[in-house]
Design a protein. Structure first.
Length: 393
C-alpha cells in the first residue's frame, strides 16, 4: 500500500428517525439556511415537512432553492449562489440525492468565493472556504454526503466536470433508510450500479499485487450491494436491504476504500461524464453502458482482476471451471451485463436511448477529464474504441 492521509470529518446520523435530530444539529452551525432540493419528491414522501419543521423549531430561517436536476447544472447553481447572498445564508441544508448535495456544494463554494464558479470545476482555481453544509440523503448512490467532491454540468458548454475542496465535506449527514423505501426499482438499480462503480474503479485499475484489506472491503461491500438489490427486486420496501444500500452508498466513495490503493483511477467516470452531460442520461445508467465496454477494451491488461471480480463478487467459480483465463474474463463480463439487465439498467447506447452519439465530442471531453483528474494511458483512439464498444449491437 502507498502512503495516504484520510480525513472524513462528516458527522453521520444513521437510522430510522434520525431526522428528529436535524434541528439541534443545524442550530450549532447557523441561523439562516438555504434549503436546496430537487423536483419535489421530498414533498411527496414527507421528508420536506420533517426537515422544515425541524428547522423552524430550532429557530432557523430558511430560503428555498428547489428544482435541482438529476444532472445538476451550472446556471441553477449560480441562481442558488444569488439566493444565498440575498438571504444572508450562513449554511446550506441539502435534502435529496447526490445531485442535490453536489449542487449544494457548488453553491457553498460560490457563496464564499468570487465568480466565476465554473473556474473551480475546470481546476483554474481551488478554494479553502465554503458555506457549511448539512446533507439529508434520500437517494443513496454517490457518497456525496461523506466526501469533498461536487459534480456539475455546464449547461452552456455541455461539459460535466468536478470540483474538490476539503471545505465541501458536509458537516453532518442524515441517513434514514425509511425515506428510501419509495424509490422506484429503476432508480434503485441506477443507484446500485453507481455504488458498485465507485468500488470497481480502484479494484480494476490498481497496480498493486497484494492489497488484502482494501480488496476484502470492496468485495464484501460489493456482494452486499448485489444481495440487497436482489432482495429489493422481490420486495422494494425491504428495510434491511434499503439500509444496506444506503450505508454502502455512503462508504463507497468516501475515500476509505481507495485509501492506499496504488494506481487507482477513474476511467469509467471519465468516459461516462460526457455521456450524461450530452444526453442527460442517469449517471448509473451511463455507467452500466460504459463499464462492460471498458472491461472489454482493458481485458488484455486486467484479465486476472476481472476473473477475481467474477469469483469473489459475482460468485462465478462454477461457471468459470475449465475455461482459459481469457475466456473466463469474457464470461465474467457477460455475467455482469446479465446482472445489469436483470436489475433494469442498460448495457448499450441503444438500450439507454442514446442515438447517434457524437463520439468526437464525447472523446474530447473525456480527454479533458483525463487531464484534470491525472488519468494516464488513454489516447483519443482508446477512448473512441470504448465508445464504439458501447454502441455494439
Amino acid at each position: 500500500m502507498k502512503n495516504f492521509q484520510l480525513q472524513i470529518p462528516t458527522k453521520v446520523f444513521f437510522g430510522e428517525g434520525v431526522l428528529d435530530k436535524l434541528g439541534a444539529e443545524a442550530a450549532q452551525i447557523g441561523r439562516k439556511a438555504l434549503l436546496v432540493y430537487g423536483q419535489g419528491s421530498i414533498k411527496r414522501n414527507g421528508v420536506y415537512d420533517k426537515v422544515t419543521a425541524q428547522l423552524a423549531e430550532a429557530g432557523i430561517e430558511t430560503v428555498e432553492h428547489p428544482g435541482v436536476k438529476p444532472n445538476p447544472v451550472l446556471s441553477h447553481a449560480e441562481e442558488g449562489v444569488r439566493l444565498a447572498a440575498e438571504g444572508a445564508a450562513d449554511m446550506i441544508v441539502a435534502v435529496g440525492g447526490g445531485s442535490v448535495i453536489d449542487e449544494a456544494k457548488a453553491i457553498a463554494l460560490g457563496a464564499r468565493n468570487a465568480p466565476p464558479l465554473w473556474d473551480f470545476y475546470t481546476r483554474k482555481r481551488t478554494a479553502d472556504d465554503a458555506l457549511p453544509i448539512i446533507a439529508v440523503q434520500t437517494v443513496p448512490a454517490t457518497s456525496s454526503e461523506m466526501n469533498a467532491a461536487s459534480v456539475l454540468t455546464n449547461d452552456g458548454t455541455k461539459e460535466k466536470f468536478s470540483a474538490r475542496a476539503t471545505s465541501l465535506f458536509p458537516k453532518a449527514a442524515f441517513l434514514d433508510p425509511t425515506v428510501t423505501t419509495g424509490i422506484p426499482l429503476r432508480y434503485t438499480a441506477y443507484a446500485c450500479t453507481d455504488i458498485l462503480s465507485h468500488m470497481m474503479e480502484g479494484y480494476f485499475t490498481t497496480t498493486a499485487e497484494w492489497i488484502p484489506i482494501q480488496d476484502g472491503m470492496v468485495e464484501g461491500i460489493s456482494r452486499g450491494v448485489i444481495e440487497a438489490m436482489q432482495r429489493l427486486l422481490s420486495d422494494p420496501k425491504d428495510l434491511e436491504a434499503r439500509s444496506a444500500v444506503m450505508w454502502a452508498g455512503a462508504l463507497a466513495w468516501s475515500g476509505l476504500l481507495n485509501a492506499g490503493v496504488e494506481g487507482a483511477a477513474l476511467p469509467n467516470h471519465m468516459i461516462e461524464h460526457p455521456l450524461s452531460a450530452h444526453h442527460d442520461i442517469a449517471h448509473g445508467a451511463g455507467l452500466s453502458i460504459v463499464i462492460p465496454a471498458w472491461l472489454r477494451h482493458m481485458k488484455p491488461h486486467i484479465s486476472k482482476r476481472i476473473v477475481r471480480f467474477g469469483r469473489r463478487i459475482l460468485g462465478a467459480s462454477e461457471q468459470l471451471e475449465g475455461l482459459s483465463e481469457d475466456a473466463q474474463a469474457d464470461r465474467v463480463i457477460e455475467m455482469l451485463e446479465s446482472w445489469y439487465r436483470r436489475i433494469g439498467t442498460p448495457v448499450t447506447f441503444a438500450e439507454g436511448g442514446i442515438v447517434d452519439p457524437d463520439i468526437e465530442a464525447l472523446t474530447e471531453q473525456a480527454l479533458k477529464l483525463a487531464e484534470y483528474w491525472g488519468i494516464r494511458g488513454y489516447s483519443a483512439e482508446d477512448v473512441k474504441s470504448i465508445y464504439h464498444l458501447c454502441g455494439r449491437a
